[in-house]
Design a protein around this ligand. Structure first.
Ligand code: BGC
Length: 374
C-alpha cells in the first residue's frame, strides 16, 4: 500500500469513528440531594431516532420515533427536569429491581432462611422496595456498537439491601439499533444465592406523550395464558387460559374494547395489570406483544427472552403528575409492557425460577421495535 492509500484509509477510519461517536452525547441533568452528578445520555441512530437515558434509575426519559409521515414525537411518559424524577412514584422509564413486581407480604424463603423485605404496596413488596434500582445512581458509560449507539449501566446492590441476600451486580445495556429498536440486555450476577426479576418500566403512548389516553391503541399479546391474581395483585398460582376472557389478545384488539367489562380480574387490577405467559420457550427470543396507534401509524413490537410480560394500562395515573409537554398525565394515558418473570415467583415453586445462584450469570434481552404502517 502506498502512502496516499494509507492516509486515505486513515481519514476514512477517522471519519467513521467521528460519525459513530456523534451518535452518543452526554450532558449534565442534575444532582441528587446528596450531591451526586446525574447525566443524560442521548443516543441517536442512523434514522434520527433518539433515546435519552440517565444514570439515575437507568431511566429512559425520552424516546423520539417517526410517525407514518416522518414526524417525530416522544412516545414515552416522563418529566422535563431531574428533580421531578426524585418523586417518580409511577416508575416512569425506569429499570425496576431487584425484584420487579410483587412479592407477597414481602417474604420468601431461600435455602431454608426466611427473608423479610420492605412492604411498600399494602402488605406486599413492590418493585424492589423503598429504594429500588429505579432510585439509585448507576455507573454509566457510552458505547459504540455495530448495532448502534449504546449506553451501559451497572449497579452493585449490596448484600442485605432492601432485605435481599447477596451482593448482586446488575448490568443493563441500552442499544438504539439502526433497525429502530430499543434493545435492552441484562446481565446479573451474585456472590450468594438470591432472587431477582429486573424489568423496564416505560409507559408508552404511540400517539405521543401527553396526547391523552391509550384506549384506542390496538394490542396483540402472544399468550394463550395469563397469571390471575387476588385483590392485592398477588398470583393465585394458576396459569389461566385467556380463551373467552377480556385477557385474550391473541388477535389484535383495542385496549379499551373490554377494559370496563364486569370481570373480577379487571376489577382486581383496576384494568389490565397482569402478567401474560408468553407462548414459546423462555430463554429464547420470541415475539411477545405489539401495539398500534392508527392516528400516527406507529407500531411497537416487543420481543423478549423472558417468560412473561406485565401489561399495565396506567390505571393508577391520576392527573397529579405533569409531563414533559406540560400536560397532566391522567388515568390510562400510557401503557407498559414489562417483560419479566411472574410476580411472587419466590413463593410459587411451579413458576419459572427467579433464584440466581452464587456464581451464576443470568442473561436476558428485550427489544422494543418501532415501525409505521398506513
Ligand atoms: C404494577 C402496577 C403499579 C405500577 C406502578 C406496575 O408494574 O403492575 O400495579 O401500579 O407498576 O407502580
Amino acid at each position: 500500500m502506498n502512502l496516499r492509500r494509507i492516509s486515505l484509509l486513515l481519514i476514512l477510519l477517522l471519519a467513521t469513528a467521528v460519525a459513530v461517536d456523534a451518535q452518543v452525547t452526554k450532558q449534565p441533568f442534575g444532582k441528587t440531594p446528596d450531591g451526586q452528578q446525574i447525566d443524560l445520555y442521548t443516543l441517536r441512530n442512523a434514522h434520527g431516532v433518539e433515546a435519552k437515558i440517565m444514570n439515575y434509575g437507568a431511566i429512559v426519559t425520552s424516546l423520539k420515533v417517526p410517525d407514518r409521515n416522518g414526524k417525530f414525537d416522544d412516545v414515552v411518559l416522563g418529566f422535563s427536569d431531574f428533580d421531578s424524577y426524585l418523586k417518580n412514584d409511577p416508575y416512569f422509564g425506569a429499570i425496576v429491581g431487584r425484584y420487579g413486581n410483587r412479592i407477597a407480604k414481602g417474604r420468601f424463603t431461600l435455602n431454608g432462611v426466611e427473608y423479610k423485605l420492605a412492604t411498600n404496596n399494602g402488605e406486599n413488596h413492590l418493585h424492589g422496595g423503598i429504594k429500588g434500582f429505579d432510585k439509585v445512581v448507576w455507573t454509566a458509560h457510552q458505547l459504540t456498537t455495530k448495532a448502534g449507539p449504546a449506553v451501559a449501566l451497572t449497579y452493585l446492590s449490596k448484600d442485605g439491601e432492601e432485605g435481599y441476600p447477596g451482593n448482586l451486580t446488575a448490568n443493563v445495556v441500552y442499544t438504539l439499533t439502526n433497525n429502530d429498536e430499543l434493545k435492552i440486555d441484562y446481565t446479573v450476577t451474585t456472590d450468594k444465592d438470591t432472587v431477582h426479576n429486573l424489568t423496564h418500566h416505560s409507559y408508552f403512548n404511540l400517539a405521543g406523550e401527553g396526547s391523552g389516553d391509550i384506549l384506542n391503541h390496538v394490542v396483540t399479546i402472544n399468550a394463550n395464558r395469563f397469571v390471575p391474581t387476588d385483590a392485592g395483585s398477588i398470583p393465585t398460582g394458576e396459569l389461566k387460559s385467556v380463551a373467552g376472557t377480556p385477557f385474550d389478545f391473541l388477535k389484535p384488539m383495542a385496549i379499551g374494547a373490554r377494559i370496563n367489562q364486569d370481570d373480577e380480574q379487571l376489577k382486581f387490577g383496576n384494568g389490565y395489570d397482569h402478567t401474560w405467559v408468553i407462548n414459546g420457550r423462555p430463554g429464547v427470543m420470541r415475539f411477545a406483544a405489539t401495539a398500534y396507534d392508527a392516528t400516527s401509524g406507529r407500531v411497537m413490537q416487543v420481543w423478549t427472552t423472558e417468560p412473561g410480560v406485565q401489561f399495565y394500562t396506567g390505571n393508577f395515573l391520576n392527573g397529579t403528575k405533569t409531563g414533559k409537554s406540560g400536560k397532566a398525565y391522567e388515568r390510562r394515558n400510557g401503557f407498559c409492557f414489562e417483560t419479566q418473570h411472574y410476580p411472587d415467583s419466590p413463593n410459587h415453586p411451579s413458576f419459572p425460577t427467579t433464584t440466581l445462584k452464587k456464581g451464576q450469570t443470568y442473561k436476558s434481552t428485550t427489544i422494543y421495535r418501532f415501525s409505521t404502517k398506513r
